[in-house]
Design a protein around this ligand. Structure first.
Ligand code: NDP
Length: 455
């Protein structure tokens, strides 16, 4: 077993590269972490690919095309002015318009959005669709706000944001804290200002240009990816005990698909703690959870009032429970090196990341060392942005595909992503999905950047 708290030694080339990144972006630890994870795959690969190395493609890819930052002023229910910061990081549009969600959470900083935008560039490339990468959001906290306050904030935010986005320029979507309600308010304000009905946002309601399966796509996609990984070992989801974290959009649809495929999801969590239901969730329990989080908007602890055989662990994460498969679906760095060691010790065979960067660099070392099936978020959770890409296509064509049609495309895309990871990640009979996803995602963007010359 490696030492959990210390990341494996890195090469002098990676260390030098990371020194430059740190110098150019001080105080952005999550961004440094995201870049380092990719640098460890890409820098050795560049040794065999001088055309990318000599043109400094990877150096260019770690600097966003541009960052937009602005003040958002809105009035709360007591008539008191509130001030937040709005951001859009337009990271790279080499292969298509910028695409990536908005996150509304008090922890949001420029560094958070740069890490998410950087990951998004490679993820979007992996989908095989023509999508560039971006990310945006605000330190606004929708928790504890009423619908009017959320609407006023969204309108104030879009009143500046509208001039930087467009259906062929930059097409945002949802992320943490931005669900159907927020997308409705944001799209309404965009439409009001610009006087155009276009596919400028994805994750829209079905009545106004949304795509079937978009809400489900990230969670379903992460389970489809797990299915593909298990198939490489002649195994399946049926009968497996599953640990899920999070209780939002991604977690809910991960649980739904796991139940459908015969898995047994026994945990979920939110920012207050986690629930362990040893009997497993079924459709009725899931519906109760959805109502809890989406309608009543309360903490997961309430679940035990309805299902007293479940246990609530305040302030803890689900990784201390034994399970066959893990689906981290809440937020970044929710699996530490120690958590990863506990998961492996308890027999976990697979980790499919619904969240973005939920595993620390030390945790990734543990999973790789143990040779379990481990899929990084940029591969496993790419289903969401892929179906957003299909929502854009449907908007442009002014038509809607059926649920079965979109679901079939989602399964096909997840299978293609798996194939790309397997192609570039083979190592002595083990698929290193981190390396595979990083190299496959990099090549397409890098080739486009080479074609454009020095810009
Ligand atoms: P939601 O806002 O719907 O749900 C987020 C969930 O994570 C909530 O249960 C929330 O708890 C919990 N959470 C958020 N922050 C923390 C924290 N700091 N510590 C512990 N728990 C936390 O977001 P999504 O489900 O959309 O997103 C979840 C993850 O999936 C994110 O990493 C996101 O970037 C990623 N993702 C989402 C996609 C999408 O299509 N929505 C696409 C690809 C990736 P609480 O309820 O208490 O706030």
């Amino acid at each position: 077993m490696p030492t959990a708290q210390v990341h494996k030694p890195i090469s002098a080339e990676v260390a030098q590269f990371m020194d430059d990144v740190a110098r150019r972006s001080p105080g952005e630890p999550e961004f440094h972490q995201a870049v380092q994870e990719v640098a460890e795959s890409i820098i050795p690969f560049l040794e065999t690919q001088p055309k990318y190395r000599d043109a400094k493609i990877f150096e260019r890819m770690t600097v966003p095309d541009r960052v937009i930052m602005f003040r958002v002023v809105w009035e709360d229910r007591n008539g008191v002015p509130q001030v937040n910061i709005g951001y859009r990081v337009q990271f790279n549009n080499a292969i298509g318009p910028y695409k990536g969600g908005f996150r509304f959470h008090p922890s949001v900083t420029l560094g958070t959005l740069k890490f998410l935008g950087f990951e998004q560039v490679l993820k979007n490339s992996l989908t095989t669709l023509p999508l560039g990468g971006g990310k945006g959001g605000s330190d606004f906290d929708p928790k504890g706000k009423n619908d009017h306050e959320v609407m006023r904030f969204c309108q104030a935010f879009m009143t500046e944001m509208y001039r930087h986005i467009g259906e062929d320029v930059d097409v945002p979507a949802g992320d943490i804290g931005v669900g159907a309600r927020e997308i409705g308010y944001l799209f309404g304000q965009y439409k009001r200002i610009v006087n155009e009905f276009t596919g400028v946002l994805t994750g829209k309601g079905m009545q106004y240009g949304g795509s079937l399966i978009r809400p489900e796509a990230t969670g379903y996609g992460s389970v489809y990816f797990a299915k593909e990984m298990l198939a490489t070992r002649g195994d399946s989801i049926s009968g497996k005990t599953c640990l899920v974290s999070g209780a939002g959009n991604v977690a809910q649809y991960t649980i739904e698909k796991l139940i459908e495929l015969g898995g047994k999801p026994i945990t979920f969590s939110d920012s207050t703690g986690f629930i362990h239901d040893p009997e497993g969730l079924n459709k009725e329990k899931l519906q109760f959870l959805i109502n809890l989080k989406n309608v009543r908007r309360v903490d997961v602890s309430e679940y035990t009032k309805q299902y007293p055989r479940a246990t609530y662990y305040p302030g803890k994460r689900p990784w201390i429970i034994a399970g066959d498969l893990a689906f981290p679906s809440a937020t970044q760095n929710e699996i530490s090196g120690e958590d990863a060691e506990i998961l492996v010790k308890n027999g976990c065979q697979l980790v499919s990341e619904g969240a973005n960067m939920p595993t620390s660099l030390e945790g990734i070392d543990v999973f790789r060392e143990a040779r379990i099936l481990y899929a990084p978020g940029k591969a496993a959770n790419a289903g969401g942005v892929a179906i957003s890409g299909l929502e854009m296509s449907q908007n442009s064509m002014r038509l809607s595909w059926t649920r079965d049609e979109v679901d079939a495309r989602l399964q096909q895309i997840m299978s293609r992503i798996h194939h790309q990871c397997a192609t570039y990640g083979q190592e002595d009979g083990y698929i290193d999905y981190v390396k595979g996803a990083n190299i496959a995602g990099f090549i397409k963007v890098a080739d486009a950047m080479l074609a454009y010359g020095l810009i």
